[in-house]
Design a binder for this molecule. Structure first.
Ligand code: ZN
Length: 190
């Protein structure tokens, strides 16, 4: 018999060894989205550790993973674009039927029929590109759903411009609120 480590302990070991918190979050998101581990098990394991790196950020991160935020880039979108600028809250991994097919959306604003998809850095070499284009077009044609599709730079360096764009689309689709500037001194919003 080989010694076994529980999945939640392995995930926390990988988190503790990660170079950045984005990397750390990637381990959590992968394990949770593939249903290898539950957030409850991760919380229990975390509570049993006296010392762990990133502890201050982990509680929030686990909450986001539980809420269906399945990649570190998506989490950047939620934190640095959506919440930091006071946009409405999107639903994550929302399951919808279109044309008889099930689709999952990264970020869905149901009241305004707007989707925001976050594509990873290797997206352009990926065969998903054409499938996603088809899907975006069907969404628009059949369902009047508008899709924004952002890459890594748009949700990091250009988070403020991205927030301004999404806010404008949401407002045009009935959002009565106003976005506000984030903490960056040169924020493009507001
Ligand atoms: Zn900003």
């Amino acid at each position: 018999m080989l010694p076994r480590t529980r999945v939640e302990d392995t995930v926390l070991d990988l988190v503790a060894a990660a170079r950045t918190f984005d990397h750390a979050y990637t381990w959590i998101a992968r394990a949770v989205s593939r249903k290898l581990v539950t957030v409850a098990a991760l919380r229990a394991s975390l509570a049993g550790r006296r010392r762990i790196r990133w502890r201050r950020w982990l509680a929030d991160a686990l909450e986001d993973a539980e809420d269906g935020v399945y990649s570190s880039l998506e989490r950047r979108y939620i934190k640095d674009v959506e919440r930091a600028h006071g946009l409405p809250r999107s639903e994550h991994q929302a399951r919808r039927l279109l044309d008889g097919k099930v689709q999952y959306r990264d970020n869905w604003y149901p009241d305004y029929r707007v989707v925001v998809e976050i594509d990873g850095p290797d997206y352009h070499q990926n065969e998903r590109v054409q499938l996603d284009k088809d899907r975006d077009n069907r969404n628009l044609a059949l369902d009047n759903v508008k899709t924004h599709r952002f890459g890594p730079v748009a949700v990091t360096e250009r988070a403020c411009e991205t927030a301004a764009m999404v806010a404008a689309t949401l407002q045009r689709n009935g959002w009565g609120g106003l976005p506000h500037a984030c903490r960056k001194p040169d924020c493009a919003v507001g």
